[in-house]
Design a binder for this molecule. Structure first.
Ligand code: CA
Length: 220
């Protein structure tokens, strides 16, 4: 899963990016509204953390532009403490949730997980396919209760497929959701990650749909 962090305070942006990275997400950062507007309209994110007070273009305007352009990504707004009007404007402007500053990073992570879960139609906090369980709260994968050690890219591939359970996901779509913008993208590497995942997971959790992509069956 891939997340965009829009925050002009460098330290806060770094803290968010590093916490999200540790939690298994590919992360892009934007430090002003103009850059955020551009990235949101050209890249594919699974969620966005959007500060309201931003240089050049404020967060509410960025959000309005995205929604006007049909960008449906879940957005978590960062609002000033005690500013009820920012919260109302944010929600009315198309934000899905908000966190007031100052906040605990853990709360931002929990709200993001919930947004991503809901937007992909998942109900439970952990994602299951038979004995295979992926828990986004601790970025952990188990099979029949036994932990499976994955690299961060393998985890992102599996996490994306499991959030899209039952749907065929193309190699191009996977590529868009597992790499940060700065990363060297090569869609062939997706095949490599899938092959490694199959080796580590065993069984037939990841199905290849010829000419279309990959699918994790929607098995309870
Ligand atoms: Ca700010």
């Amino acid at each position: 899963m891939r997340v965009l962090v829009v925050e002009d305070e460098a330290l806060l942006s770094e803290q968010l990016a590093s916490a999200l990275g540790e939690a298994g997400y590919a992360v892009d950062c934007a430090a002003n509204g103009e850059r955020a507007d551009f990235l949101g309209q050209t890249e594919r994110y699974d969620a966005v953390v959007l500060d309201i007070g931003l240089p050049r273009i404020d967060g509410l305007t960025v959000l309005r532009r995205w929604r006007d352009a049909g960008v449906a990504v879940p957005v978590l707004m960062l609002t000033a403490r005690g500013s009820w009007s920012e919260k109302v404007q944010g929600i009315d402007g198309g934000a899905d949730d908000y966190v007031a500053k100052p906040f605990r990073i853990e709360e931002v992570l929990a709200r993001l997980r919930a947004l991503i879960r809901r937007s992909s139609g998942q109900i439970t906090p952990d994602l299951r396919c038979g004995g295979l369980v992926l828990d986004p709260r601790v970025a952990r994968v188990t099979i029949d209760g036994i932990a499976v050690k994955l690299t961060s890219h393998e985890f992102r591939v599996l996490s994306y497929l499991m959030h899209q359970q039952g749907r065929v996901v193309s190699q191009a779509e996977l590529t868009e959701h597992i790499y940060a913008q700065s990363a060297d993208r090569d869609s062939n590497t997706v095949e490599v990650f899938i092959a490694r995942l199959r080796r580590k997971l065993g069984g037939s959790y990841i199905e290849t749909v010829r000419g279309l992509g990959y699918r994790v069956e929607a098995v309870p």
